[in-house]
Design a protein around this ligand. Sequence first.
Ligand SMILES: Nc1nc2c(ncn2[C@@H]2O[C@H](COP(=O)(O)OP(=O)(O)OP(=O)(O)O)[C@@H](O)[C@H]2O)c(=O)[nH]1
Length: 897
Amino acid sequence: MSEGKDQDQGKGRLSLRPAGRSEVGRTVDAGSVRQSFSHGRSKVVQVEVRKKRGANPAGAGGRSGGARAGAGRTLTAAELAMRQRVLDEQKKEAELAAQREAAQREAEKIRILSAAEEARRKEEEDKRAAEEAQVEAESAEEAEENERKARIDAIRPLEMKAPVVSAVPIPGEVTLAPPVGRLRPLAERAIMPAKPLRPTPAPAARPAADAAGAADKDSAAQTLRLRAGRGMESEDEPRRSPSRKVVPTNRKNSSGGRKGDTGGGRRAGRIDVQAAIEGDDDKTRSLASVRRQRERERRQAELERLRSDQVKVVRDVILPETITVQELANRMAARQGEVIKALMKMGVMATVTQSIDADTAELVVEEFGHRVRRVSEADVELGIEGVEDTPDEMITRAPVVTVMGHVDHGKTSLLDALRTTDVAAGEAGGITQHIGAYQVTLASGAKITFLDTPGHEAFTAMRARGASMTDVVVLVVAADDGVMPQTIEAIKHAKAANVPMIVAINKIDKPGAKPERVCQELLQHEIVVESLGGDVQDIQVSALKRTGLDKLEEAILLQAEILELRANPNRPGEGSVIESRLDRGRGSVASVLVQKGTLRKGDIVVAGAEWGRVRALVDDHGAQVDAAGPSMPVEILGLSGVPAAGAPFVVVENENRAREISEFRQRKLKEHQVAGQVAARGTLDQMLARIQAGDQKEVSVLIKADVQGSAEAIQVTVLKLANEEVGVRVLNASVGQITESDVQLAKASDAVIVAFNVRATVQARQLAQREGVDIRYYSIIYQVADDVEALVRGKQAPKHREKFLGYAEIRKVFEISKVGKVAGCYVTEGVVKRGCGVRLLRDGVVIHEGDLSQLKRFKDDVKEVARSYECGLSFAGYNDLREGDVVECFESELVPA
Ligand SMILES: Nc1nc2c(ncn2[C@@H]2O[C@H](COP(=O)(O)OP(=O)(O)OP(=O)(O)O)[C@@H](O)[C@H]2O)c(=O)[nH]1
């Protein structure tokens, strides 16, 4: 035993195995000894005990053999009992050691599994590093939500872990684990040895908080906040650090009364690996893991959605004659880049703004798997005119009358006179304004619309634009003058338009009035008036005296009745533009005549190449109205530009359609202008020649604008600035940047370039600088108007205006050698000045214009000769002076602008 003790003290502990039955007479007693080492290792060693032959006492029997080892004597009963006890202890100890060894092996196995699992997870985590970065960058709300989830998770692992502990029984420890379950109260959990393998932040906070209850949640939340606040680089750490930090804490707590038994804690931690292997890991996932999964799900959903979006939708793609790449992409709902790529594959290099022809576009559309519908560009206007009205929808409308006739036969006077017959005007008391047309309401309640644009040219110009507004033509013929050339022209125009006519024989108040003669003269032009048995009504009126006006109106109404003028007011408004202008305060103002339906405030209107939402409707009395029915003239405010007179207008369903039609028409206009520009070169040259000859004073402008509407508006504006002395000529009004050819054109005609919201190319700018061409940039139309007005005034400023001086009558012509002819004159009017300009008038016709070379009075040169005096004068370089000729004297003077 002493030997065994020594060994125990040294490196291990020796224990004797029961030697079994001792055999009497044997000198060697053999047995085995289990040597125990630290960490539960043990080794069995064979031990031999040699007996002394002589010392074997009699009576000891065979029993003493093994027990006397080392003693050499027979053991006493007490010794035997002791020995038996020791042997029993040894046996127990050996059993325990065996159990420990088994447990250790199990633990080792778990540890290895744990390490493998750890490695696998680590690998996974590394892969997900990028994803987690995004997760970490989640919004504050999401963090809040996670926090809430984490709290739930913080409770769940506690409940889920407990049964796991008992999965691996550890001798001596099993009893320490209280029986736990899902419904185990929190206080009980405080002594739970169980721990998840990778504690989530919630379990990390758990041990400290278990006792304090609510503190648990706070701690978990704090951990969450800390984690949420960390950057990408700490992504891995938050998952590991809690496991390192928390496990010991947990162990300490979980070990409860077993202080220092950290091994139990470690094992408890590892037990969860097995739990994880067994599939319980979803209940113990970390917050980051939960978030990762959520993120994965979100991405998956996103992908699904994208996939479902990408499911090919076969579209009907409408292709006009040309289409921009951008528009094509839009119509296919494809990306512009993809369309460009598809074009590249076909060898077509195009940018998004470039136009491609319909054939190329068709190939692209087919490539994208859509259906092609080829349309003509003009198709955008299809259906714009609306449906045909049925007779029962239509009601009687007021006739629209145009007054035509020869100059000075009283058209304007008649229109003014007719206007005064409007009973509504008197009632309203409004200020009448010129909107190109007006409507009179007669005492009977009947209405007549008069177009206030007299002149057959305007009538035909409108007709040329497709505007057949006029129902009845009133041909004004002055009773004292009869049928004149323009009367005949007016007849021709009216007949060409197939519009019925009423003859108004005007000025019958005049003494020399001969209405019958007028009727006779009209016969020559196939106009048979009623008074001569024909079907053309003739009414004798006096615009001045305002007589016969009611009869004229009656005749118009009768004619209207014959024509059965009807229209449907219950449909979107349609009609024609009578005239349009750009108003300084109100913008674009277009006077229109509603011919069909009703035009309302707020309607979207396309008028010619312009469009807009009707901001206001103003009638001929200047009053704002909400709606205008058939035959009513009204002013529209709110159009994008100034539509041409005679252009049709129509109400469309939406802005897109309006824009589409307007853009199409503007494109067409541009093309037309380009064509016209080429054709107009000859006339331009003629114009230049005329200007150079000094026949005309002009301010020439070349307009370049960003949109056609602006170009036209500027053109209209500047043309109005012309006066009788200085004309304004627009060489070209087009869209686009200023090019070298623009500068050259401006240079050739000494024009100013008006650039509205456009700029010159570098080359054009340089050329303009070299050639001294003035390019003026604007973004407000009124500034253009002001500037051009100043230019017009500027042209006037240095101008020498002719000032009449006087007349002298040639009474006698003298032939003087070396001097030539000298005229003896009598100044009949004004004065004659030396050096003044002279015109020689013979029978009222100018036959020479030049300068005066000599002015004498009684052989003396004088400065001037006044009226009623005689003088002698001669012309510079002109000798054809005759008696009876009149000399007109004038001088030039500077006229202030
Ligand atoms: N005595 C008389 N004079 C008239 C009558 N109607 C018009 N006048 C005169 O005729 C002249 C010409 O009249 P306008 O109304 O300007 O004639 P117009 O046809 O409009 O002339 P343009 O605009 O130049 O084509 C004016 O001086 C009028 O005063 C009328 O009924 N009787």
